[in-house]
Design a protein around this ligand. Sequence first.
Ligand SMILES: Cc1ncc(COP(=O)(O)O)c(C=O)c1O
Length: 391
Amino acid sequence: MTFDLNTFEGLRTPYYILEEKRLRGNLELIKSVAEKANVEIILAFKAYALWKTFPIFREYIKATTASSLYEARMAYEKFGTKAHTYSPAYTDYEIEDISRCSSFLTFNSLSQYSRYGKKAKEVNPDLNFGLRINPEYSEIGTDLYNPCSPGTRFGITADKMPEVLPDDIKGFHCHCHCESGADVFLRTLGHIEDKFSKWFGQIEWINFGGGHLMTRKDYDVDLLIDTLNRFHDRYPLLKIILEPGSAFGWQTGCLVAQVVDLVEDKGIKTAILNVSFTCHMPDCLEMPYMPVVRGAEIIEDVNMKCSLDDDNVYRLGGNSCLSGDFMGCWRFHNELKIGDNVIFEDMLHYTTVKTNMFNGITHPSIAIMHTNGEFEILRKFTYKDYLNRMD
Ligand SMILES: Cc1ncc(COP(=O)(O)O)c(C=O)c1O
């Protein structure tokens, strides 16, 4: 099967479509940063977990990072290497399995380390332990994503860190970016060093977490490489790890949906789709942000009605029963008709991991458009998938 990459005309049901060419573009850039900055860059599964595509990733990166037992298992069983694992809270009923599937294990608190360190090492003596640190500085503007807000539950602040680290703690882990630029990393690094460099002589590695959006067009890749190389100059014995998620899946594919009905109320026109914001694009409502729709212009003025007077301006509505399952407005080039494709850009990272089956709505299929133009369906969802979650 092949489709026109711009319109996907001929599709009759919704699909997330990953473009292999774009994915390889991101992977190449990430690999070159890793080489030029002499760091290890690993994939954060929380943002991207389409495991059938892991063989492509294996051509560029060696490892992944997990935040739970299932992600750690997936690292081991599907990616083929043990995970760098960090979870805010390990439990006694999962710590052994997590330890078996991990090469690095980062603890969120000293109490988690005391409770589970010994058990973890018994299961996997090769485990490399780390502690999550919290520099109490983050430029993330959205509270939902800011791990450094007062009252945070993430990591250990410098005032609570013991002067001498436990013998088997070999690294620090620090995550305080979100879709951030290299300039933010440079500034944040200053705070990390101010607060924690006095312990750097006691550790072997430092993981600067995710949120480094190095594949975004305007990202200053050279500044990132320079910042990392200067850090090496200051601390030549520290191995550096970065674990972005979004940067891998950034702009690698879309969600193609179809218009199933057109309704109007009080002068507002809504095109109802065969997908849902709350089920299939949850970050749009959660963050919130207006997704880019191919060939349509976002109307920023929130007071502007999706008016009957303007034929091509529509709210887009989801097919769930949640009243707020709509967004808009967008101005399209043409009047929308039932059956038309509506293409939401950049719907791979996080989105494909966070979808749900609320209302029993048929989940969009997942496909990959290979570099040779072949359209391969990776997954179609069925009634059984819905039942299996509830049996
Ligand atoms: C600990 C940790 N590592 C890595 C990531 C991945 O971040 P991103 O997808 O923004 O690169 C996150 C995201 O929340 C995280 O919490």
